[in-house]
Design a protein around this ligand. Structure first.
Ligand SMILES: [Zn+2]
Length: 367
């Protein structure tokens, strides 16, 4: 069985390093289509690989799935949903000649690591979490009548630290009080910590109606950032943690959306300074809009800050378990139990499909 699984995964990897038609382990063909310099694969091949069939899913989308996993897309849009959680693809889905096409880079760097995180990496154990409360000192970040961003970033960070330490993680804070650090100083701190992941905590500002949570990971090599659409970015490198980045983002973001009930603004790509030169799995988490009257008040509250901290903490536990094969010995059993249940991690079931048999946190509607 394990040999078969390995073969299947190798076949998928082969798809992305070669051009043209390639065989995969089920004996079918992946037809590569090149459009304006971007390689695409056909959704029907994707469905065949994951054993997905067309199904009822998100309204207004075309949906495919099996068991409790459903993916949804819309032609000409960059929205991509897994079990109703939103991601932003690097390239729009294309409808051509009766086929729906999704870019090969999105398949490799987003879809597969999310659907099958355990196949994507053999990354090491997570021993330390580097928490980066954004802004500080003379840099207040976003400011509104209800809260200053630098303050709520720090408040969530302290709560998160407490929760992680109670579970046995080491924590390094880039700042513990109201002081200014450059972005490079934050990155330098993180890059010195082995076996770590990096979580930068921010809150948003925008037009008064804007609300919701969004999580950023570094745009993979060869893709543009939605925030700076220039060809120059296509030449910039991603980093060696692309798969881990998206897995960590998925684990944290999905819990934050579920626990807070906030609008899901999605897991998005960016080339923010703190994400570009980091050498560890990293995300930048935006916990809501301080500029919105209702959300700004919530963000200022201990209750909401605690929900965010718990969501990030549970996300880290799940990520550690799936990616790092880590068994944390919690001091608080109910907390880790809840985190595991929330992750959808379960013992191998005889009824599981082969692709799911090694555990898959995104295979659950409770991703
Ligand atoms: Zn910020």
């Amino acid at each position: 069985m394990m040999r078969l699984i390995t073969t299947l995964y190798c076949a998928l990897l082969t798809l992305f390093v070669c051009a043209g038609e390639l065989s995969h382990a089920r004996g079918g063909k992946w037809d590569m289509v090149s459009l304006q310099g971007v390689d695409y694969v056909k959704m029907r091949d994707v469905c065949s690989f994951y054993r997905f069939a067309p199904c009822k899913g998100r309204e207004g989308c075309l949906s495919y799935g099996a068991g409790n996993r459903v993916i949804s897309v819309r032609p000409n849009r960059q929205d991509f949903y897994v079990n109703n959680f939103r991601y932003v693809l690097s390239y729009p889905v294309v409808s051509q000649g009766g086929d729906l096409l999704i870019s090969a880079i999105d398949m490799k760097k987003l879809v597969d690591p999310v659907l099958r995180p355990r196949f994507s990496t053999e990354s090491g154990i997570v021993k330390t979490v580097v928490i980066d409360p954004g802004h500080g000192g003379h840099d207040a970040g976003a400011v509104s009548a209800w809260v200053r961003e630098k303050d709520c970033n720090l408040a969530v960070a302290h709560k998160l630290r407490k929760k992680l330490e109670s579970l046995g993680y080491k924590v390094v804070m880039t700042r513990e009080d109201d002081r200014f650090l450059t972005l490079q100083q934050r990155v330098n701190i993180a890059n010195q910590v082995p076996n770590s992941i990096f979580i930068s905590i921010h809150h948003n500002s925008g037009r008064s109606a804007a609300t919701g949570i969004e999580t950023f990971t570094l745009a993979p090599q060869g893709t543009t950032s939605p925030f700076a659409r220039t060809r120059r970015y296509a030449e910039l490198a991603g980093n060696n943690q692309d798969s881990e980045n998206i897995a960590l983002a998925t684990s944290v973001h999905s819990r934050a959306i579920r626990n807070t009930g906030a609008i899901d603004r999605g897991i998005q790509r960016a080339r923010f300074s703190v994400l570009c030169t980091i050498k560890r799995p990293a995300i930048l988490f935006e916990g809501g809009f301080v500029s919105n009257a209702q959300e700004g008040r919530r963000i200022a509250s201990e209750e909401y800050q605690d929900k965010l901290a718990k969501s990030i903490c549970d996300g880290v536990v799940s990520y550690s378990a799936v990616i790092g094969r880590q068994q944390i010995r919690p001091t608080n059993k109910s907390s880790i139990g809840a985190a595991r249940r929330g992750s959808g991690i379960r013992a191998t079931s005889k009824s599981s499909t082969r692709l799911r048999s090694r555990g898959n946190y995104s295979g659950s509607s409770r991703m």
